[in-house]
Design a protein around this ligand. Structure first.
Ligand code: ATP
Length: 295
């Protein structure tokens, strides 16, 4: 058994997010194109003398008990495999919180992968995903990583060709948007448009950044933009600054812009920060899984 494992939990953006219906249990049926970005949280998993699970993070406002997804991920495997050792998880958060970038889900995915390795549980990726979905619909994707089409409630995954190289400007306005509010307010059976997910898949297949950019779409903007007009303003500023396209990620409020030139992305980011529209601003790249193991 290894004493300590360090992993990177990458954030994601949605190049496309469509809702195709609502299930009787309240979950929405989705079609999403997921893409990891190079912004990641550091996740260190270790054992400790005291029994139970200890969570530490660099963000004092985050829960460290059962409300933290990493706690629940660790507990799930400890219960199933009768792991008696105490577990410590240290999170170094860089992915903005409650931002539509699946930060918590990615951290939880890292804990599942890390504990599987540390305690030699012998679970396959698929078996980890089956356990992960019990904690959150995005967790199976966060275990698989890379570029993927996510259907069902987000757990039915098809790997896709990677997004072409580009600069991605991420900007999170200083507002909190609850995922529950967004999905709860969505009029799933009378949406004014559906994003061109087929066009996105073709754009990815053709490695055509312009085609991908022209097909970006997220139906959740129909809820968040009227409620928080600054999201539209950030999109407009990014486009004026030379982005091929800009879109809100997930349930928001983070907006990403696709740039072919890193300099333009950096200067657009500086302007957004200076104007006060966004405080958390990052210029990143698509993150590709290169076939090697999780690290
Ligand atoms: P998604 O894109 O999956 O909706 P998100 O980016 O909107 O995710 P997260 O940052 O994952 O949201 O977390 C949202 C809430 O979950 C936060 O308010 C936070 O208190 C709680 N949370 C629990 N565990 C974590 C974690 N490890 N990191 C961040 N937030 C966490």
């Amino acid at each position: 058994m290894r004493d300590e494992i360090n992993l990177r939990a990458y954030g994601k953006i949605n190049l496309g997010l469509d809702v195709t219906g609502k299930r009787p249990d309240g979950y929405h049926e989705v079609r999403m194109v997921m893409q990891n970005v190079s912004l990641y949280d550091g996740v260190r998993i270790g054992t400790r003398r005291a029994p139970g699970i200890g969570v530490r993070t660099n963000l004092p406002f985050l829960p460290t008990g059962p409300d933290n997804l990493v706690y629940r991920a660790a507990k799930l495997l400890m219960d199933e495999f009768d792991i008696g050792e105490g577990i410590s998880v240290s999170l170094y958060k860089k992915i903005p919180v409650a931002a539509g970038m699946a930060g918590g889900s990615s951290d939880a995915a890292a804990v599942l992968v890390g504990m599987n390795r540390m305690f030699r549980l012998g679970l396959s990726k698929r078996q980890l995903m089956e356990r992960g979905v019990k904690l959150g619909a995005d967790i199976p994707y966060c275990i698989m990583r890379g570029t993927a089409l996510a259907e069902g409630i987000g757990e039915r995954l098809t790997p896709l060709p990677s997004m072409p190289e580009c600069s991605l400007l991420l900007a999170k306005p200083p507002i909190s948007v609850s995922t529950k509010f967004v999905y709860g307010s969505l009029k799933a059976d009378s949406l004014p448009f559906h994003p061109d997910i087929g066009g996105l898949l073709k754009g990815l297949e053709d490695k055509d950044l312009t085609a991908i950019s022209s097909c970006l779409g997220n139906v959740l903007e129909t809820v968040t933009i009227p409620a928080y007009p600054q999201i539209q303003e950030i999109k407009n500023q990014m486009k004026e600054a030379g982005a091929l396209a800009a879109l809100m990620s997930g349930s928001g409020p983070t907006v990403f812009g696709i740039f072919t030139e890193r300099e333009k992305a950096l200067s657009a980011g500086r302007k957004l920060r200076a104007g006060g529209l966004a405080r958390q601003v990052y210029t990143v790249r698509p993150f590709h899984v290169d076939g090697r193991n999780w690290r």
